[in-house]
Ligand binder design. Structure first.
Ligand code: ADP
Ligand code: MG
Length: 418
């Protein structure tokens, strides 16, 4: 049986009445399908009753025509289906197919708004048809209209992704079922689109955050360079001058010179510290040494009990990971100083075979999940983003009287920076 085009349908639609006509294809049926045909014929009368019982057209608002693909071996049933839809206010252009091959070809050829399938066809079934349709990347909604579907089969079909099923004898709600299925399909498309846009904006946010992190690093390095070259250089020159003056000054002026000298030493130390905070002291010398320096600084400044421990065989860590560990430790310690009111702090660096990890914990006041959502607080979120970009992750949480920040990163450069 050839598929019928929408023009054929328009012509068919012009012929009335539908009832009482003999099946034009009865003689063409294959022997295999003969028994099925007989069974189907028994449903014909019920089908016609269903058509008579259909509610009158409630809406005459012209809608865009629904592009309908109908899997049906009986041209008459197909006509009745379209006529019922028309009577129920659903304008449709349809094509009828009978076999899996025809169905696949029609699906490949064009886009359909809806597939309506008979349940049992000679050598084919609605289940197989549904499987073919559901395998499409964006499957159209699927309604089963059949005289011979049991409740269990119908439930199975719905589970397999069918949108609805109707009995041929009771097509009063066909129009509603079609409208609902189309609305549900539209809702699925809208949801998929919203999800796509959400993912896109999350990706953009992640990119922006990564870019901000690297700009911060570049900016810090530039300021550190200026402090070193300009301020550091000038301070060294002044130190030489002071040393030179010592020999020429009257003894009474020496205490003032000493004061100037120690102020200068303080300024030099401060410049060095600021510089090191801005740009980590060479991480090549070892991550552990760099973190130890941070811990020492913290202890001197805050007088807290801070312990540092490194474990695992020392292995080389690639630069981006080392910098991420360094910055994370820096932010964790700053946060503890700012927010935690802790008495004891522990910093633990672990070199694993493939992963380098950092754990910073404190016994302070703790935090809950809402802390990470504060609009103006970007420290932890920025670090989590940096860790993710480097192929690792970062988590922070409180429990058992301690707040613990965990960072893990692959030692080798990340292959994906999604
Ligand atoms: N160790 C900690 N103990 C208690 N609260 C913390 C700790 N670390 C972070 N927080 C909480 O998490 C919030 C977010 O931290 P962060 O992203 O670094 O931003 P910021 O430090 O600028 O506020 C902080 O405002 C603070 O409330
Ligand atoms: Mg912070």
């Amino acid at each position: 049986m050839e598929a019928e085009s929408s023009t054929a349908r328009t012509r068919v639609m012009g012929r009335t009445p539908f009832r009482g006509r003999t099946r034009p294809d009865a003689e063409d049926s294959s022997a295999d399908g003969a028994a099925l045909m007989a069974r189907k014929a028994a449903h014909k009368a019920a089908f016609s009753r269903g058509l008579r019982g259909a509610p009158p057209v409630t809406s005459t608002v012209p809608e865009e025509k629904v592009r309908l693909l109908v899997i049906e071996d009986s041209p008459l049933d197909y006509e009745l289906l379209l006529a019922t839809l028309a009577m129920q206010g659903v304008g449709a252009t349809g094509v009828r197919v009978e076999t899996g091959g025809e169905l696949s070809a029609a699906l490949a050829r064009e886009r359909w708004d809806l597939v309506i399938s008979d349940h049992e066809l000679p050598g084919f079934s609605s289940g197989e048809a549904l499987a073919i349709v559901r395998a499409l990347p964006a499957p159209p909604p699927f309604i089963i209209v059949s005289g011979v579907i049991g409740e269990e089969t119908a439930v199975d079909a719905m589970r397999a992704g069918a949108d609805d099923y109707l009995i041929k004898g009771r097509l009063a709600r066909l129009g509603t079922a079609v409208r609902n299925a189309l609305a549900a399909a539209q809702a699925r498309r809208d949801k998929a689109e919203a999800e796509r846009l959400l993912q896109l904006s999350q990706q953009q946010l992640a990119n922006l955050s990564q870019r901000l992190q690297s700009m911060l690093d570049e900016e810090r390095a530039a300021i550190a360079r200026e402090i070193h070259d300009d301020i550091g250089g000038t301070l060294t020159a002044v130190r030489f001058d002071i040393e030179g003056l010592r020999r020429h000054l009257a003894p009474g002026a020496l205490p003032r010179l000493e004061r100037a000298h120690s102020a200068l030493t303080e300024a030099s130390t401060a410049a060095q510290r600021i510089q090191q905070n801005l740009r980590p002291p060479s991480l090549d010398a070892g991550l552990a040494a760099a973190l130890e320096w941070q811990v020492r600084q913290y202890r001197e400044r805050h007088g807290a009990d801070v312990r540092f421990e490194a474990s695992g065989a020392k292995r080389e860590v690639h630069e981006a990971a080392a910098l991420a560990v360094y910055r994370t430790c820096q932010e964790a310690l700053t946060n503890i100083a700012k927010h935690a009111a802790a008495r004891s702090v522990e910093v633990h660096l672990h070199h694993g075979a493939a992963v380098v990890s950092l754990e910073v914990s404190d016994d302070g006041r703790g935090l809950d999940a809402s802390a990470l959502l504060k609009p103006g607080s970007l420290g932890l979120r920025g670090l989590a983003e940096r860790a993710r970009a480097a192929g690792g992750g970062m988590e922070i949480g409180s429990g058992g009287g301690r707040t613990t920040l965990m960072l893990w990163l692959p030692r080798a450069p990340a292959e994906v920076a999604a």
